[in-house]
Design a protein around this ligand. Structure first.
Ligand code: CNA
Length: 268
């Protein structure tokens, strides 16, 4: 399959990404044992780690998410070599769509254009009232987070807590996610990187490619919680274990793209 990248077999590549591709930037993922966010939430006394990102819990106790958000200034992180590899695919007109679960906006820092990007779980660009959905001022939301104060909706009679435009458990995905299905159906290669494929409906996307389309999982672990997600099964799937930045550098070298890759990487 890697050979197919080199010899130009694949021209409509869909790249599915998750929190693992931003780990080398310094942003923890959810589920990595020990270092993941879910393993480090003891102080919040949650019944389930997912509660922190669940809409019903947020409406009841917004202060917990606000306290958590105060610890993370996602503006301060830089895109990783893996993000820049996706940008290289874009520059080579091989990228059909990068569908990401990430909300950190590192794609923009790697100059991946909005036309080639679907942020399936939203992003940290806008803020909305969690109750009446009124758009609120994002900078004011950030200021409140910094100050440890809950920003409340100013619509008459509402007063709901304001949250960033990231999709919480229990909320619908943006329309752009469903639009991106066309790219999935038409792709000739699916690259899946840095995700446990544990969140539905995103984790259903690999089932919507045409029959026999090659799919490569680049991840520290196989996503084999269900056999349907096992990338070591089926002769059109390949699991490449390891850190995605390392695998990306190997692919770049195997394809002879080192010079082009160095050009898109930021200067050290
Ligand atoms: P996850 O469930 O935490 O899974 C991450 C996967 O990446 C795991 O299988 C890890 O083994 C793997 N992994 C970790 N580091 C690396 C690495 N360097 N190289 C290769 N693989 C690695 O996260 P998912 O993205 O699968 O779950 C979806 C959630 C996570 C979405 O709703 C996101 O919004 C949410 N999330 C996003 C961010 C972010 O935007 N950076 C951070 C944390 C969580």
């Amino acid at each position: 399959m890697i050979q197919g990248l080199k010899n130009g077999t694949y021209k409509k590549i869909v790249v599915l990404t998750g929190a693992g591709i931003s780990v080398s930037a310094g942003i923890p993922d959810f589920r990595s044992p020990g270092s993941g966010i879910y393993a480090n939430l003891q102080k919040y006394n949650l019944k389930r780690p997912e509660d922190l990102f669940t809409i019903s819990y947020f409406l009841e106790k917004p202060e917990v998410f606000y306290e958590f958000a105060k610890e993370f200034d996602l503006d301060s992180f830089d895109a990783t070599p893996t993000h820049f590899f996706i940008r290289l695919l874009q520059d080579k007109s091989l990228l059909s769509m990068n569908i990401t679960q990430n909300i950190d906006n590192l794609e923009a820092k790697a100059s991946i254009q909005d036309d080639f990007l679907c942020q399936a779980h939203g992003s940290l660009r806008n803020a909305f009232c969690a109750k009446c959905k009124k758009e609120m001022d994002f900078l004011t939301f950030k200021e409140h987070v910094k100050a440890g104060a809950i920003y409340r909706c100013n619509a008459a009679g509402c007063g709901g807590p304001v949250k960033p435009e990231i999709v919480f458990f229990g909320e619908s995905l943006p329309k752009s996610f469903f639009k991106s299905m066309k790219a999935v159906e038409e792709c000739d290669l699916m690259l899946v990187m840095g995700t446990a494929l544990a969140v539905s409906p995103f984790n259903q996307l690999p089932f919507f490619t045409s029959q026999g389309v090659h799919q490569i999982l680049i991840n520290r672990e196989n996503t084999n919680a269900t056999s349907a997600h096992d990338f070591e099964k089926g002769n059109y799937r390949l699991f490449v274990p390891g850190n995605c930045d390392d695998t990306i550098r190997k692919i770049v070298s195997d394809c002879g793209w080192e010079e082009e890759f160095e050009k898109v990487l930021p200067e050290k």
